[in-house]
Write a protein that binds this ligand. Structure first.
Ligand code: HEM
Length: 395
């Protein structure tokens, strides 16, 4: 029996349910005709991110490349080829640039929030705000429909329905638009924006990336940054669960702990996958060469052996606790410089912490709405996107 239907029906809970039913350990599966083994836990993270065990080339299903990541992206590279491309992302997305991005995004939020009047859908507004900020930061012109196209890429990767086709059309438009920017940047050497960096990046053989691939990678900076809007909506949801935390978010250290708990608690990326490099074994289960190996991100972030009371939202658990390489893994695990762990984690934490603090300082009412988050929908989101009605001073 193929397990793809069960995955489609049960979403994030699919792998943890299977693991529970087996009494723990690796879970053998068959997904879309392929043999797969799902792993979870810090030892599994170490195993999964070892290049002698798992490769990424040939592992990403076409529907994912056609929507979320793009073809020939860093996600699908291995070895020296991966490290060279990855260095490009790590150097762009860490260090001084992070503070500059936060300044652009918070300025866009302050500007937009001053005009919020009446019911405001937070996930959509946050998408527009972050799009404005990241466009200013990368040197990409913002424009009508850009935030919507970028969020469509994220919203449509794990469904066969209309959201998927919207994502494919958005990718076509965005790749054409970004490839044109890359070509223009190549006519004017010497620029220092992210567009210029992508335009002038050279592969190991000294050649520039084809404009379409440079566009794909530029999108792999901008698209996931805009996806932080999901976490902004989740943060607002968390404040409905723990409203007493609001004043404590003025404190940056506590706000950072809150951000980590939002990333742990709420469902976003369900799992990551690759292919077994050789005949392997993990936890007593044989993993044949070429079969899929999955790492259950959501399951691990809700594993009671790592997180006491995993289904309670408790930022306190991150106060004074460093975030290591193998436990909290909403954006993958291991070392982002050498492996496939997300290079945008610093950016995510910095931007989200800044926006969480602004959200906590915003005076608003929540009108009647559906705040439910279905674990069957990938990516999950509060059903109505969190509608807020800002209170005006003196109103
Ligand atoms: C990879 C999640 C934000 C850029 C990943 C992976 C996950 C992830 C699960 C895959 C890890 C793996 O394959 O092992 C997230 C989430 C984010 C986020 C939940 C919050 C919204 C960002 C940001 C950027 C970014 C802000 C860039 C500005 C990337 C890139 C990769 C990646 C380029 C590919 C890395 C590689 O294959 O070596 N992310 N990410 N992400 N992320 Fe993020």
């Amino acid at each position: 029996m193929d397990d793809a239907l069960d995955l489609a029906l049960n979403g994030y809970a699919f792998l943890p349910d299977r693991r529970r039913a087996r009494g723990g350990g690796p879970v053998p599966l068959r997904l879309a005709g392929l043999r797969a083994t799902a792993l979870c836990g810090p030892d599994a993270v170490r195993f999964f991110y070892d290049e002698a065990h798992v490769r990424r080339s040939g592992a990403l299903p076409e529907p994912l490349r056609g929507t979320l990541f793009g073809k020939d992206s860093v996600h699908s590279l291995d070895g020296a080829h991966h490290r060279r491309r990855k260095h490009l992302f790590v150097s762009l997305l860490t260090g001084d640039g992070v503070g500059d991005l936060v300044r652009h995004v918070t300025a866009a939020w302050d500007d937009a929030a001053a005009g919020w009047d009446g019911p405001t859908v937070l996930i959509d507004e946050a998408a527009r705000v972050v799009t404005r900020g990241v466009c200013a930061w990368t040197g990409v012109p913002d424009g009508p429909g850009l935030a919507r196209d970028l969020t469509s890429l994220v919203d449509g990767f794990a469904t066969a329905g209309p959201r998927h086709w919207r994502a494919r059309r958005a990718r076509g438009r965005l790749e054409r638009r970004f490839a044109a920017l890359v070509e223009r940047a190549r006519e004017h050497p010497g620029g220092t924006t992210a567009v210029d960096t992508m335009a002038w990046h050279r592969e190991a053989d000294g050649r520039l990336l084809p404009p379409r691939v440079a566009a794909v990678e530029l999108l792999n900076v901008i698209r996931p940054t805009v996806a932080i809007c999901w976490f902004v909506a989740f943060a607002a949801h968390a404040l409905t669960l723990r409203p007493e935390l609001r004043p404590r978010l003025a404190d940056e250290a506590f706000a950072t702990a809150f951000t980590h708990e939002v990333r742990r608690f709420y469902p976003f990326a369900p799992f990551v996958g690759g292919r077994a490099v050789a005949d392997l074994e993990f936890g007593g289960v044989a993993i044949p060469r070429g079969s899929m190996v999955l790492l259950d991100l959501w399951g691990q972030n809700h594993d009671a052996t790592l997180w006491p009371e995993p289904f309670a939202f408790r930022p306190e658990r991150f106060v004074g606790r460093p975030v290591g390489a193998t436990e909290l893994i909403p954006q993958g695990g291991g070392d982002p410089r050498t492996g496939h762990r997300c290079p945008g984690e610093q950016i995510t934490v910095a931007v989200l912490t800044a926006l969480v603090r602004r959200l906590a300082a915003l005076d608003y009412d929540l009108p009647p709405q559906d705040l439910g988050i279905s674990l069957r929908r990938i990516p999950a989101r509060p059903a109505d996107g969190v509608v807020v009605v800002p209170r005006r001073a003196g109103a």
